[in-house]
Design a protein around this ligand. Structure first.
Ligand code: APR
Length: 381
């Protein structure tokens, strides 16, 4: 065989898994279609929940995060009535977020995986995987393994090799995701509910801030120049009332369609899915990377038990272990979607839905029980 475990994809899921397997001395090979430079510079998520920080810390993967990560424990909500802040370190389970841009985390994880003796083949495209005979075809080469981990993301090939019942939901909402070379304008996270659509502010680093603007489905990026973006953020974030936004060059803009995908099994023979390959979640509650790390840890322990002790109990129930957590994250993410968005227009249904949304937000503002629920689910997994 070519490796005990072949991991397809060097994103957070594949790299955390690879590091945990290498720590147990398991021979593993990561195949990644992109170059090292590409994956180390891909700005994506950044909010790590307490469980993710624990996984990284317990496994010696948190040096960069401890040095450069920032603690975030507060989020603010604004609508036409009021602004209120929730300090979630004082609510629910008292957990906080650590903000550490994903490209930094990925860079750390690659360096550590190589230091632990792992092998990564960058620029290697996997065209098919088979869980039944544990083979991978990469760049026309057939590779054999004992186990395969499909960590190749939402558009990877691995998930297609797992026959499953697939549940998809298009939430029919799109966000324009923006990275601005500008310092944050609020202490951490700001959610603005506005009749023109949702706007969000997420502090990243002292010099880079992420913003979101809800846009109609199918919007053309060409129509969103820097000035239009800042003007729209100004209106929706109600900057006249709550303070100006610190502007800067827009260094990235892309459209994110809110969609979910859950499968009724995430394994087939010796193939196991983790991360976005296993399930897709809308970014409304920043759960994607945290689910990926949770699954990577569960899968690592199961593979270690199977490979080193011949005990396959945990591997056999990998899907059963992960799916309830995936569904809970989906449920909360949908709750967040409904908190932040409402249909446009003035027909009865639209007005009704927006009134429900406002009532939900008001309940969150005044009810301690509701705030505890929010905090537990927002940072928990
Ligand atoms: N062959 C080889 N590599 C592939 C292939 C393929 N056919 N298809 C995809 N890949 C690689 C991609 O280039 C990417 O680097 O798999 C990797 C998948 O990484 P991610 O998309 O980051 O997915 P994952 O590790 O599951 O991370 C999940 O992290 O990016 C955040 O919030 C985001 O929810 C997401 C989470």
């Amino acid at each position: 065989i070519d490796a005990d475990v072949v991991i397809v994809g060097a994103g957070p899921a594949g790299l955390v898994l690879g590091n945990l397997l290498r720590a147990a001395g398991i021979d593993c090979l990561i195949l990644e279609r992109q170059s090292r430079e590409h994956v180390e510079n891909r700005a994506r998520a950044g909010f790590l929940a307490a469980n993710s920080v624990r996984v990284l810390t317990e496994n010696g993967l948190a040096a960069g995060l401890i040095e450069k990560g920032a603690r975030h424990d507060t989020c603010a909500f604004r609508n036409d009535q009021a602004e209120f802040e929730l300090d979630y370190s004082e609510l629910g389970n008292g957990e906080v977020h650590t903000v550490y841009p994903q490209q930094f985390l990925v860079t750390d994880l690659i360096a550590e995986f190589l230091a632990r003796g792992g092998e990564i083949r960058f620029g290697t495209e996997v065209s098919s995987v088979s869980g039944m005979d544990a083979t991978v075809i990469a760049d026309d080469l057939l590779l054999r393994a004992k186990y395969i981990a499909g960590c190749d993301g939402r558009r990877g090939v691995s998930l297609r090799s797992v026959p499953a019942r697939v549940f998809r939901r298009d939430h029919d909402i799109s966000w324009l995701a923006i990275l601005a070379e500008a310092p944050p304008s609020m202490s951490a996270i700001g959610y603005a509910i506005h009749e023109r659509g949702f706007a969000g502010h997420m502090a990243r680093t002292p010099t880079v801030t992420r913003y979101y603007l809800e846009v109609p489905r199918g919007e053309d990026l060409q129509d969103w120049g820097d000035d239009r973006i800042w003007d729209e953020l100004h209106v929706r974030m109600r900057s006249d009332r709550y303070g100006e936004l610190k502007r800067g060059a827009i260094i990235e803009r892309r459209i994110v369609d809110m969609a979910s995908r859950v499968m009724d099994t995430i394994q087939r023979g010796n193939l196991f899915l983790a991360g976005d390959a296993a399930s897709l979640i809308s970014p409304a509650a920043a759960k994607g990377a945290n689910l990926a790390l949770m699954e990577a840890e569960i899968l690592a322990h199961a593979l270690i038990a199977a490979h080193l002790d011949g005990d396959t109990t945990a591997l056999d129930r990998y899907s059963a272990d992960c799916l309830p957590r995936i569904w809970r994250a989906q449920e909360f993410s949908l709750w967040m979607i409904n908190l932040l968005h409402g249909p446009a227009g003035y027909d009865d249904e639209a007005v009704f839905q927006r009134a429900l949304r406002d009532a939900r937000l008001e309940s969150l503002r005044v009810s301690r029980a509701h705030q505890d629920f929010f905090a537990e689910n927002y940072v928990g997994i």
